[in-house]
Design a protein around this ligand. Structure first.
Ligand SMILES: [Zn+2]
Ligand SMILES: [Zn+2]
Length: 294
């Protein structure tokens, strides 16, 4: 694939492209797929991608809404994977989202996650929060399976005095207490990169700053390794990154011959500080390169 990559410029900022957002088909998303498209259209966005956690269930509604509101709606997914004993998120764009292999994979991840949530309910009980799995289900989006967000909502509803939002509760109490064996139930990053490619999609490493320090040689090694496995892009621009790191990942991505993408990782109220389109500098050449796969 030939790629033309430009540094984000003024023109790119004028008509925005946001390639990472969650609907209520994710356990931590607030809005329906159609509501996301409507919001983006009203703000004059050119294209957006739906990237729910391990789910493409919102894609049909999202694509229909794209036609209705006249903006490009790109089908996508964000898959939980494991790489070198850490959780890595791999985005897939323009993939054959209705392929049964994807349904089989997402079902297996869902099953592992439901087991994890039951275990984590016991963990928060030990931390002194008396919630049950039934409580967690009450705080789960109708369209998704329970996740960390559901536990956080259940705990915070029970303890209104706790000075913390759902995302912070998740970061402080849930993520660090996740049992290591859960990771081994996730598919390997390399396998998912390959599967997305087989499904005619574009595999992109989500928010690399969550797992990699762009100043360390490890970042170069990991990118080379995943590149060998078939990775095609890196989400250099993310609301998870500091500004300086966005630029460093941009350069590392260019050095590795990867497509440079950007996404807000918008969730709605679960991450109240992140707006739709925030920190997005994905420009037209990248969109064109992605659209080769449409
Ligand atoms: Zn992610
Ligand atoms: Zn995400």
């Amino acid at each position: 694939m030939s790629m033309i990559i430009q540094k984000p410029g003024k023109e790119a900022e004028m008509a925005q492209i946001d390639l990472h957002m969650h609907s209520y088909y994710s356990c931590d998303g607030q809005y329906s797929p159609e509501a996301l498209v409507k919001m983006a259209a009203q703000r004059g966005f050119k294209a957006i991608a739906l990237t729910d956690h391990n789910s493409v269930k919102g894609v049909p509604e999202f694509l229909a809404a794209g036609k209705k509101y006249g903006i490009q709606a790109i089908p996508g997914i964000e898959i939980d994977t494991v790489y070198r004993s850490r959780e890595y998120h791999i985005l897939g764009y323009h993939l054959d989202w209705d392929d049964p292999r994807l349904a089989q994979l997402t079902q297996a991840i869902d099953n592992a996650q439901v087991e994890l949530i039951k275990t984590m309910v016991r963990t928060v009980n030990e931390l002194g929060y008396a919630i049950t799995y039934a409580d967690v289900l009450r705080y789960t989006n109708q369209k998704s399976i329970p996740g960390f967000a559901s536990i956080a909502k259940a705990v915070l509803a029970d303890k209104p005095g706790l000075d913390m939002d759902c995302f912070k509760f998740m970061q402080h109490y849930l993520a660090p207490n996740t049992p290591a064996d859960f990771l081994h139930k996730l598919p390997k990053a390399e396998e998912i990169i390959q599967l997305i490619s087989e499904l005619n999609g574009v595999p992109v490493l989500a928010h690399p700053g969550v797992y990699l320090d762009p100043n360390q040689i490890e970042a170069v090694q990991v990118l080379a390794d995943l590149n060998n496995a078939g990775l095609k892009g890196i989400e250099a621009y993310s609301t998870y990154h500091k500004d300086a790191d966005n630029h460093k990942f941009h350069q590392l991505g260019l050095d590795a011959g990867l497509l440079i993408t950007a996404g807000s990782d918008f969730h709605g109220e679960f991450k109240p500080s992140v707006a739709l389109g925030q920190n997005c500098a994905t420009d037209y050449p990248v969109l064109q390169a992605l659209n080769h796969y449409a």
